[in-house]
Design a protein around this ligand. Structure first.
Ligand code: CAA
Length: 248
C-alpha cells in the first residue's frame, strides 16, 4: 500500500495504535484521530512515543459524535494529503450496565460513539473514495455484536448495527473500486478489556477455545490484509477474530 493514505479513528487506543503501525509497516502514510477527552498533552506523548519507534503519524483531534467535527476532520486530512485510500473506523467505547439499570445517557453515549460516529466519518470520506474510484473501508465491530453479552445492550446494538451499515454501503460502492468490510474481534488485551472485573473476565476466558485473550496485533494484521489493494474481491464480509469463542 505504498502511496496510500490511511485514516484510523481512535488510532491512539489499544487496537488502533497497532493498526496504525501495521498500515505504516505496509507502506501507507497514516493519520489517526483521537479524542482523549481533549487532553492534547496525552496525544503529544503518544506521538513522541511512536516517533521513537520510527512511526511518524499525523494526529487529528476530533469528536466523531459530531457530524460537522467529522467533516472538518476529513477536510483537514484531504487538504493535507489530497486523498484517502483507507479508512479504519476503529474508535469505540463501552458503558456496561444491565438494561434494567442503564441510564439513557449510557445508551446514547455508546450509540453516538460506536455507531453514529461511523456515519459521520464515512459519509464524509466516501465522497473522496468515490471520486478516486478506489477505497478500502474496514469497520471494527465486536464478537458481542454477533452473540450478545450480558450488560451490553447499548454496545451490542451499536456493533451489530455497524455490520448492517457495512453490508448496505458495500452494495452502494462496489462498482467504484471501494470495498467495505467488518472485523469482529473477540476479547483483546487492551485497556477496554482491563476494565472488566477480573472474576467476570476469568469466566469469559474459560469460554474461549484458544484459551487466552487476543493480542492487538492479531486484529491489526487482518485490518492490513483487508486494506490492501489485493483484497478487492472481499466486500460486505464480517471476519471473526475471536479464538473460536463464537462460531457460526
Ligand atoms: N451472565 C449471567 N448473569 C450475570 C452476568 C452474566 N455475565 N453478570 C451478572 N449476572 C447476574 C448476577 O449474578 C446477578 O444475579 P442475581 O441478581 O441473581 O444475584 C445479576 O446478574 C446482577 O445484575 P446487575 O444488573 O446487578 O449486574 P451488575 O451491576 O452486578 O454487573 C455488569 C453488570 C457491570 C454489566 C457486569 O456483568 C459486567 O461487567 N459484565 C461484563 C460485560 C462485558 O463482557 N463487557 C465487555 C467489555 S470489553 C468489550 O466490549 C470489547 C469487546 O468488543 C469484546
Amino acid at each position: 500500500m505504498q502511496d496510500n493514505i490511511a485514516l484510523v479513528t481512535g488510532g491512539m487506543g489499544g487496537i488502533g495504535t497497532v493498526i496504525a503501525q501495521q498500515l505504516a509497516d505496509a507502506g501507507a502514510t497514516v493519520a489517526v484521530t483521537y479524542n482523549k477527552g481533549g487532553d492534547h498533552a496525552l496525544a503529544d506523548a503518544w506521538r513522541a512515543e511512536q516517533l521513537d519507534k520510527g512511526y511518524d503519524f499525523s494526529a487529528f483531534y476530533a469528536d466523531l459524535t459530531d457530524f460537522s467535527a467529522a467533516q472538518n476532520l476529513v477536510d483537514g486530512v484531504v487538504d493535507k494529503y489530497s486523498r484517502i485510500d483507507i479508512l479504519v473506523n476503529n474508535a469505540g467505547i463501552t458503558a456496561d450496565s444491565s438494561l434494567a439499570k442503564m441510564e439513557p445517557s449510557q445508551w446514547h453515549k455508546v450509540i453516538d460513539a460506536d455507531l453514529n460516529s461511523i456515519f459521520n466519518v464515512t459519509r464524509n470520506v466516501v465522497k473522496t473514495m468515490l471520486a478516486q474510484k478506489y477505497g478500502r473501508i474496514v469497520n471494527i465491530s465486536s464478537i458481542n455484536g454477533q452473540k450478545g453479552q450480558f450488560g451490553q445492550t447499548n454496545y451490542c446494538a451499536a456493533k451489530a448495527g455497524m455490520h448492517g451499515f457495512t453490508k448496505a454501503l458495500a452494495y452502494e460502492v462496489a462498482r467504484k473500486g471501494v470495498t467495505v468490510n467488518t472485523i469482529s474481534p473477540g476479547y483483546v488485551q487492551t485497556p477496554m478489556v482491563d476494565k472488566i472485573p477480573s472474576n467476570i473476565l476469568d469466566e469469559i476466558i474459560k469460554q474461549i477455545p484458544v484459551g487466552r485473550l487476543a493480542s492487538p496485533l492479531e486484529v491489526a494484521r487482518a485490518v492490513a490484509f483487508l486494506a490492501a489493494e489485493g483484497a478487492g474481491y472481499i466486500t460486505g464480509a464480517n471476519l471473526a477474530i475471536n479464538g473460536g469463542q463464537h462460531m457460526f
